[in-house]
Design a protein around this ligand. Structure first.
Ligand SMILES: NC(=O)CC[C@H](N)C(=O)O
Length: 313
């Protein structure tokens, strides 16, 4: 479908909010991250940032939420943009895991090489990689996101919820176990505790749907971000491929089937989806399915791709 025969986006987004805003408390929120239990179950926002420079949004698209694992897309892009030697890809693979995002078993069997950068073990390796540049990797990520989002007329912009990060850190035994495993296999350079601290802080970045869509736009425009190239065109394509195959954990197949777009979810209930050449979409609704992906968000993206014809297939 071309831009000419697709329906006008503003009314489509408003209709999506009407249809998909949760009316019941279906789904769940993660028990180990207390601050994710705060947003009411009926929060729902959606934003689309287009390659022509427009931003459309509806619902709770200006309320900050915890980006959680959506941060993994941004850290991967940052690590690749500084990885001239290509050494990152000797430390992490690019295969779907087929297991939950914080699984320990696979890492043990596969000798400390994570299946992909979007499960927790892989993201810990990416964070460790970023810490080579400066030990405060989370601050680097925040700076990157703030640059991509740009100035927004007195709005707060992305920030790290340090209180939330501290509370997640106090119940991060599993991520610490993954980091110690990586360390034991020689696949972590910095101390396990420091890497997990940075990882949890980058997951605790708060952004609105509008901001996440703007920050992800470089992936829809061949790697070109708000302030020039973030990654090369081929790297943007490859990040999109990894999002398609690994971005929704062990529900990546189902999401590709229903939505047909590269996506990355977080347990804060956000999903970033990319329509190459057209736009970046962010949808947020806090309640999750059993795989850790936003229930209403996934349904709304399936609906949006059906209505607009946006799909890579
Ligand atoms: N899938 C996610 O969003 C997981 C992120 C969360 N901070 C964790 O490490 O468990």
């Amino acid at each position: 479908m071309t831009a000419l025969d697709s329906p006008p986006l503003g009314p489509v987004l408003e209709d999506l909010v009407r249809s998909h805003r949760p009316r019941t408390e279906a789904g769940s929120v993660p028990a180990n991250i207390p601050h994710l239990q705060v947003p009411p179950f009926d929060r729902f926002g959606i934003a689309v940032a287009t390659t022509s420079g427009e931003v459309f949004s509806s619902g709770d698209a200006d309320l900050p939420f915890s980006i959680q694992s959506i941060s993994k897309v941004f850290t991967l892009a940052m690590a690749l943009s500084a990885d001239d030697s290509g050494s990152l890809w000797s430390r992490v693979l690019r295969e779907p895991s087929g297991t939950s995002f914080n699984s320990l078993v696979q890492l043990e069997v596969e000798h400390g090489i994570p299946r992909n950068p979007f499960i927790n073990s892989g993201a810990l390796v990416v964070t460790d990689h970023l810490m080579e540049r400066s030990p405060d990797a989370a601050a680097q990520v925040l700076r990157f996101l703030t640059d991509q989002v740009g100035h927004q007329n007195g709005r707060q912009g992305p920030f790290i919820d340090e209180v939330a990060a501290r509370s997640e850190l106090s119940s991060s035994s599993r991520n610490l176990a993954l980091a110690h495993f990586l360390k034991a296999f020689g696949n972590l350079r910095r101390p396990a505790q420091a890497v997990v601290e940075n990882y949890v802080r980058q997951c605790s970045i708060m952004m609105t749907c509008v901001e996440v869509a703007k920050a992800g736009l470089f992936l829809a425009q061949d790697g070109r971000g708000a302030q020039g190239a973030v990654v090369s065109r081929s790297e943007a394509k490859r990040i999109g491929s990894i999002m398609l195959t690994c971005g929704m954990y062990d529900a990546a197949g189902e999401f590709a089937y229903r939505v047909g777009l590269p996506g990355k979810s977080g347990v804060g209930g956000g999903i970033l989806a990319i329509v190459p050449g057209e736009c970046a979409i962010c949808v947020w609704s806090p309640r999750l399915d059993s795989k850790g992906n936003s229930l209403a968000g996934s349904a709304a993206l399936a609906d949006l791709s059906d209505r607009t014809g946006w799909s890579i297939f």
